[in-house]
Write a protein that binds this ligand. Structure first.
Ligand code: DC
Length: 218
């Protein structure tokens, strides 16, 4: 059986899309595209340039003109590696505002489709199976409870040496879930033909094993 050429992985904040997606891509010898990093990179650039995050026109222009690349060495904006900057708190706080602007989504979705052309790619995001690549051969939708996702994100922050309070992490995660799922454009939701995987009780290896099982049966 041929492997699916294009694999979409969607799901909420901190469900493990990036970790699972990049490991899966490695295992299959595919490229991995983390589309969330593109929305983050644009948010970082807007903050850097002092663009008001409520100014939709300015954000759209920025998205159309910005050079955002998902390179093997990291996330590049205008040739600068911003992989660490885009994980900063102010980006985290602002990114949902930027991601709900129609013009921004149009510009970034066009780039994402271009990057996914040719297949052999795992693409992670919120709207990959529904909007960006509705014809992806395999669509996965990862879920986990807000509490479990907050526990994982909190642990990740602590391991990185950052100060973190579990209750705050949980509240922030719920705030972003709400904006991502209630926005008018491309709200977070599984495609009708997506395979939903509940990762609450599963570790990374177990999730990967489940996905490899699905691919084996494709
Ligand atoms: O996956 P992440 O946390 O890095 O995503 C950052 C933000 O970008 C998040 O608020 C949702 C948004 N996003 C989106 O709207 N569409 C995507 N395809 C990927 C991310």
């Amino acid at each position: 059986m041929p492997k699916p050429a294009t694999i979409a992985i969607d799901g909420p904040v901190a469900v493990g899309k990036s970790v699972i997606g990049s490991l899966l891509a490695q295992r299959l010898g595919y490229r991995f595209l983390d589309t969330g990093a593109m929305y983050r990179a644009l948010t970082w650039l807007a903050l850097e340039l002092g663009v008001d995050l409520e100014d939709e026109k300015a954000l759209e222009e920025l998205a159309l003109g910005a050079s955002i690349e998902l390179a093997a060495e990291g996330v590049m904006v205008g040739g600068r590696d911003v992989s660490l900057d885009i994980r900063r708190e102010e980006v985290e706080r602002g990114v949902s505002l930027v991601a709900k602007v129609g013009g921004v989504r149009r510009a970034l979705v066009a780039k994402q489709r271009q990057m996914a052309q040719g297949g052999q790619v795992v693409v992670a995001g919120r709207d990959i199976g529904t909007v960006v690549l509705p014809h992806a051969e395999l669509k996965l939708y990862l879920v986990a409870s807000a509490e479990e996702r907050a526990r994982r994100r909190h642990l990740e922050l602590v391991q990185r040496g950052q100060e973190a309070n579990y209750e705050q992490v949980l509240a922030e995660l719920k705030r972003r879930d709400k904006i991502d799922s209630e926005r008018v454009l491309a709200p977070l939701q599984p495609a009708p033909d997506a395979k939903v995987i509940d990762t609450d009780e599963l570790n990374i290896e177990q999730v990967l094993a489940e996905i490899m099982g699905i691919i084996g049966g494709c």
